[in-house]
Design a protein around this ligand. Sequence first.
Ligand SMILES: NC(=O)c1ccc[n+]([C@@H]2O[C@H](COP(=O)([O-])OP(=O)(O)OC[C@H]3O[C@@H](n4cnc5c(N)ncnc54)[C@H](O)[C@@H]3O)[C@@H](O)[C@H]2O)c1
Ligand SMILES: O=C(O)C(=O)C[C@@H](O)[C@H](O)[C@H](O)COP(=O)(O)O
Ligand SMILES: [Zn+2]
Length: 379
Amino acid sequence: MSDIDPGQARPPRRVRVDLPGRAYDILIGAGLVDAAGSILAERLPDARLAIVTDETVAALHLDRLTASLDAAGIAHAVVTVPPGETSKSFRQLEHVVDAILAGRFERGDAVLAFGGGVVGDLAGFAAAIVRRGMRFVQMPTTLLAQVDSSVGGKTGINSPRGKNLVGAFHQPDLVLADTSVLDTLVPREFAAGYAEVVKYGLIDRPEFFDWLEWKRAPIFAGGPERAEAIAASCEAKAAVVIADEREAGERALLNLGHTFGHAIEAAVAFDPARLVHGEAVSIGMAQAHRFSARLGLCPGQDATRVEAHLKAAGLPTRLSEVPGAAIAREVLMAGIAQDKKVKRGRLTFILTRGIGRSFIAADVDAAQIDEFLAEELAG
Ligand SMILES: NC(=O)c1ccc[n+]([C@@H]2O[C@H](COP(=O)([O-])OP(=O)(O)OC[C@H]3O[C@@H](n4cnc5c(N)ncnc54)[C@H](O)[C@@H]3O)[C@@H](O)[C@H]2O)c1
Ligand SMILES: O=C(O)C(=O)C[C@@H](O)[C@H](O)[C@H](O)COP(=O)(O)O
Ligand SMILES: [Zn+2]
């Protein structure tokens, strides 16, 4: 059987994450929710599925997924969590783990994450720890999850002390990204996912950034460029993950904008009414470019160009755009100190020499970051 649904306009694109012993495919295209049953029956024969989803995704798309699994004779159960970042918690982890155990899912069965990055990170962590590791399928339903979180095996939950501080590396066996489900995403969440698309251009693909400047409108409008951008993003991420699966070195580049961004998310207590992850990354990437320019590393016009592109996509680029009470500098500094890239107390940031010329800067002076944040908050 092939992965091509006869109802689809075109076969899915395929990106291979060629990790030795743990290689997997990312299939990208319209109609993969309806085709999931036949694809999974072929690729994970005999696996029962513990589907983890959130209430919003369940209401919009779950019936089509379960109908497809029923038609293929795949046994499944569903566990639902509330939508939003606050579900990346010990409480929801316990809820998901308990449902998997109550359903007597075995190690050879699979957890299937059907949702955005929150569901993917939470379900993936449950898959990593239940019976010391179950099989795992990602069916990402947000732009962010299709271009970033479903790929590469980072799973986990948040702590009130910081973002993703508890987790595990656990690669999926398969990623099915149905681009048609993005049509129900609210514009704010689409824009948030776009920030992580822009990230790949800013890390080391300047020609991709140029292309995004040119193609942003059709990507947002749902033209063929959208699937192209998703596939290009997955290819960029897969290349980094294959080279450095567990972030011993260069994978840290995927953290561009995240040292500032994660601190901002923690400072607003992960409240999606104030800020979602992609928006925090957008502010963080703009800050990484402004800070690099301030140090004389990056041309000022590159920082301006990055900020203009993010703004044009409807994304925030400044701390002053975060709604609610002003964020205190000390709170941000405390969040930055919890970053997972900290080594012997010294800060690591992803800085840049210009668009597409990011690099890992170990041993960044905390006093300079503190001064920079004071300026940013004043400005
Ligand atoms: N593991 C990784 O490598 C990685 C990478 C990037 C981000 N992340 C994590 O991903 C999370 C953010 O993911 P996200 O932006 O997808 O947020 P999310 O999972 O909270 O989804 C955003 C919102 O969109 C809704 N939604 C999802 N799919 C929908 C659809 N098709 N139609 C309508 N609504 C839909 C959700 O219910 C939610 O309210 C963060 O926790 C971040 O830390 C992880
Ligand atoms: O996959 C990675 O590596 C990333 O850094 C991708 C990020 O977009 C993502 O937000 C990730 O969850 C951050 O990882 P963390 O290790 O800083 O928690
Ligand atoms: Zn991210």
